[in-house]
Design a binder for this molecule. Structure first.
Ligand code: ATP
Length: 511
């Protein structure tokens, strides 16, 4: 079994499959789409809900030390002032004076171009651009310099300069990613990422509010409420799932970076003297285990430890869990030790005490936090890319046929099973299949399909990741009441009774 060798190809396949089978559509498509926004179709919303449900179940309902929360998206603007977002939540951006496009400085790289051994300038490429694109742009620069006959040293393209670090002279000699002449890129400038809106009847500055760029501040703002009304004791966490909005300048790589997305965040409050390194490690392991439990291969997950000199002054450590996405290894889950910075900021700005009394230690303090922060959409993209498989299986006539399948874990698959009567024109088969379908539907999202050859029906389900196919045939009716259960990945079939089937599905789906 193979995934397509070329990862750019994999992303294209995923985008096509998601559109074709109703997982994800570009937002506002009938008006030409809207960059950075996506709509989740009938299968996408199921997958998305299953991811969120699995997370909520494992991190909130199955733990005694974490409570749930659902705070408003628009909150008092003072929260964003206190958190530092109003003044500091920005990205350094580089503009192209020619194409009018804007790039994130930390995602733009200048690659030196060497012709006949002589360094002649740079081509700027956005992170993740492939080797073919680099060579194409380097040849474009060679043409611009009127040196068509010169030999391009392709090996030299590998050396890079981060755009943010480039000198004015280097910028002058650089061909931007979408430019037709060199020297069109500006120096990095700060660009605010929060979406603004107006609340109330006034249109002046006093009415300015923000769409939240993270769910975390809703947790900090409610920390006192949870402490005062619940039975929490240190260490404990507050978890929230919800929409976040960022005016990303370069939304791209499908749903990896969008302007409206959803986060699943936890603030885990610990004593200032706690072994935060040990707890941080525990959180990393718990998060990795969870990703594996919903079907991501362990070997696709790595850790990126942020260097101490790049951390914010209040941060003690941050490690990102990286996933091997089709466009490269990128952040999936950020796990940060944020000290007591956020609570202290809110204590200072609101004038309300954020201290907790620690019964065990008989001490009063503002707790520190560990913050595991995960994107729903990035998780969904990771799951799709890990699940996408192409292989060959025998068709109804026994001939090998290419098939595409999504190997979703049963827990998160949109449909858990599909029920088929072997033939649609035999009422006794149809009746029995419908009855089983309705029985299963009481517990799970299942699919009923009576049309077409049975092999075609299996194939349609494989492509949307339904793990189990259940067929009602004449043996079911005339002999022992057993049904055929077909496994999506191995295509193996076996017979079992309806009660055995329910027990099996229960184990596979609900664990
Ligand atoms: P990046 O460096 O990729 O912009 P970040 O470090 O700013 O991400 P955080 O602020 O730590 O991200 O957000 C926590 C999580 O939210 C990320 O790990 C990611 O899963 C998700 N996330 C952040 N920005 C986006 C986005 N624009 N689109 C989709 N998911 C996002």
């Amino acid at each position: 079994m193979t995934a397509p060798a070329n990862n750019d190809g994999l992303m294209e396949e995923l985008v096509g499959l998601c559109k074709r089978r109703g997982f994800i559509f570009p937002s506002s498509e009938i008006y030409g789409g809207y960059n950075g926004f996506f709509d989740y179709g009938p299968l996408g919303v199921e997958l998305r809900n299953n991811i969120k449900h699995a997370w909520w179940r494992d991190f909130v309902q199955r733990r005694d030390d974490i409570e749930g929360l659902d705070s408003s998206i628009i909150m008092h603007p003072a929260i964003w002032k206190a958190s530092g977002h109003v003044d500091g939540f920005s990205d350094p951006m580089i503009d192209c004076k020619e194409s009018k496009l804007r790039y994130r400085a930390d995602q733009l790289f200048f690659h030196p171009v060497v012709l006949d051994g002589e360094s002649v300038g740079y081509v700027a490429l956005v992170e993740g651009a492939g080797a073919a694109e680099q060579i194409k742009r380097a040849k474009k620069l060679r043409d611009l310099l009127d040196r068509k006959q010169s030999t391009l040293d392709e090996a030299q393209l590998a050396g890079t300069v981060e755009a943010a670090e480039a000198s004015a002279e280097q910028r002058e000699q650089t061909l931007g990613p979408d430019a037709t002449a060199a020297g069109t890129l500006t120096e990095p400038r700060e660009f605010k990422l929060m979406f603004e809106t107006k609340v109330g009847p006034l249109a002046d500055d006093s009415a300015t509010a923000y769409l939240r760029p993270e769910t975390a501040q809703g947790i900090f703002a409610n920390y006192k409420n949870v402490v005062d009304t619940g039975r929490v004791k240190i260490p404990f966490g507050i978890a929230q799932i919800g929409k976040a909005f960022r005016n990303e300048i370069t939304p791209r790589n499908f749903i990896f970076r969008s302007r409206e997305f959803e986060q699943m965040e936890i603030e885990y409050f610990i004593a200032p003297e706690a072994d935060w390194q040990g707890l941080h490690r525990q959180w990393l392991d718990t998060c990795i285990d969870w990703l594996v439990s919903i079907g991501l291969p362990r070997e696709s997950i790595t850790e990126d430890v942020h260097p101490q000199d790049k951390l914010a002054f209040y941060s003690r450590a941050t490690t990102d869990l990286m996933f091997h996405f089709p466009h490269g290894e990128q952040e999936l889950w950020g796990i940060a030790c944020r000290s007591d910075y956020d609570l202290n900021q809110h204590q200072e700005h609101s004038g309300k005490s954020m201290e907790i009394f620690d019964e065990a230690a008989k001490a009063k303090y503002v707790p520190h936090v560990i913050e595991p922060s995960l994107g729903v959409d990035r998780t969904l993209l990771a799951i799709l890319s890990a699940a996408y498989t192409e292989d060959e299986v025998p068709n109804d006539k026994g001939k090998a046929e290419k098939r595409t399948l999504l190997k979703f874990h049963p827990r998160i698959a949109p449909y858990k099973a599909a029920v088929f009567p072997l033939l649609k024109n035999k009422p006794e088969l149809v009746e029995r299949a419908r009855a089983l379908y309705e029985r299963l539907q009481k517990r799970w999202n299942v699919f009923y399909d009576a049309s077409g050859a049975i092999g075609r029906r299996y194939r349609r389900q494989d492509e949307i990741g339904t793990p189990f196919g259940i067929t009602i045939d004449f043996d079911t009716i005339e002999k022992d009441g057993t049904v055929t259960l077909r496994d999506r990945d191995s295509c193996e079939q076996r017979r079992l009774s309806e009660d055995e089937l329910i027990t099996f599905l229960d184990e596979q789906i609900d664990g």
